[in-house]
Design a protein around this ligand. Structure first.
Ligand code: 6GU
Length: 388
């Protein structure tokens, strides 16, 4: 890959002689040329800027030095990158794409920017990109060009000694990197998580993925698909409230999705949740205290309770299929228990006799088997004493 850099501060790029890009040059993978834009000025003061047409603060970079530089460097067919805070934000995906190009030319703007005709002109001769490093303002595009160069050069095929380390790092799989540890196993009373010392590679991979997901949910929720962004550990992201008429369509949709599994596991049993109509669910809001959980607007869980004698009867505990297995159902069960009115001295609910996952969860939550349910074949009753 050949890279040309155009800047009025070429000294900014001396770090490229060092470290990783230096290694790429030594290996012959990178042919790097840094140029002082002032060599293409024509006045004795080597002027590169002037006042803006239309007025306003600051100075604008003049077009002529850029045009002269483009001609002499023969940018035709290259990819020309203008670094500017008004560009598209630079990403790992862009770095991967740019690493496949034969020739990059960085045009580093200073002052308030470059005369727009420079960009228009370059676009008639080359593949032009306008790229920003992020949502903050630097004095010029040099630091951005340096950062982009470093991110791109390390992805040139043959540059990395161990290409596997590329696949594992932050952003490559859309998640932030999991925390890492090295020897010693105990340091200043802080211990390395035991799973990493276990030698169980499947358990280690699972732990790392979960850590990466949590970290991403906490620091960069924008990177996650909405279905990945919920953890019971960050419940403040969840909206939990009593159901209203406007929730009913989604409750019905969610209950059909959730009880489908149950119906498939018990093909001979009629599952009421699957046979209800919208009006049935509307009607149920009268008879039951129903609550819904929303995450960024999406209805992801629901549950209901009603007083039957001295028992708080709990029903329709549902969690969206893609969010099951992370403790949300267990949390919601405790939540709906907490809604029981004063007279309730016990909790009761029923589930499919062969719904092993549900049974395991209820058992862990303190529920005991009370046998079959009259009139509901295939169901078992579970109860628990209320502790005040
Ligand atoms: Cl590319 N240039 C300048 N001047 N400021 C920036 C930037 C670029 N990216 C973020 N801030």
């Amino acid at each position: 890959m050949r890279i040309d850099v155009l800047s009025i501060f070429p000294d900014y790029f001396s770090p490229l002689e060092l470290s990783l890009p230096g290694k790429a040059r030594a290996k012959g993978l990178l042919d790097l040329h840094v140029h002082d834009l002032r060599q293409w000025t024509t006045d004795k003061h080597h002027t590169t800027d002037d006042t803006p047409y239309g007025g306003g603060a600051g100075m604008v970079m003049k077009p002529e030095p850029w045009g002269n530089a483009f001609d002499e460097l023969e940018i035709d067919g290259a990819t020309v990158i203008f670094t500017t805070p008004s560009g598209a934000p630079f990403t790992q995906e862009m770095a991967r794409e740019l690493a496949t190009h034969e020739r990059l030319v960085f045009a580093c703007g200073r002052y308030e920017g470059i005369d727009q005709r420079v960009i228009e002109h370059a676009a008639t001769r080359a593949d032009v990109r306008e790229i920003s490093l992020g949502d903050y303002v630097l004095n010029g595009g040099e630091v951005a060009a340096l950062a982009i160069t470093e991110a791109v050069v390390r992805l040139i095929p043959g540059f990395m000694g161990n290409p596997e380390s590329l696949a594992e790092e932050s952003h490559e799989d859309g998640l932030l990197e999991y925390p890492v540890f090295t020897k010693p196993a105990a340091w200043r009373e802080l211990e390395v998580p035991a799973v990493l010392l276990s030698g169980n590679h499947a358990a280690i991979a699972e732990w790392r993925h979960e850590q990466a997901r949590r970290r991403t949910a906490e620091r960069r929720p924008d990177l996650l698909h909405p279905s990945q962004a919920v953890t019971v550990g960050d419940l403040d992201a969840l909206e939990v409230r009593a159901a209203i008429r406007g929730d009913v369509g989604e409750i019905l949709t969610l209950q059909r999705a959730c009880w489908m599994q149950e119906a498939q596991a018990n093909p001979d049993i009629e599952v009421p949740a699957l046979h209800e109509s919208l009006d049935d669910v509307v009607g149920s809001l009268e008879a039951w205290t129903t609550h819904v959980v929303r995450h960024r607007g999406r209805l992801i869980a629901s549950c209901r309770g009603r007083l039957e004698g001295s028992a708080w009867d709990i029903g329709r505990l549902m969690v969206a299929p893609d969010l099951q297995g992370r403790g949300l159902g267990r949390w919601l069960l405790a939540y709906v228990e907490s809604l029981a009115p004063e007279p309730a001295t016990s909790f009761s609910l029923f589930t499919g006799a062969s719904s092993t996952e549900n049974l395991r969860m209820y058992k862990k939550a303190g529920y005991r088997h009370r046998g079959a349910v009259d009139g509901v074949p295939g169901a078992v009753l579970l109860t628990k004493r209320r502790i005040f």
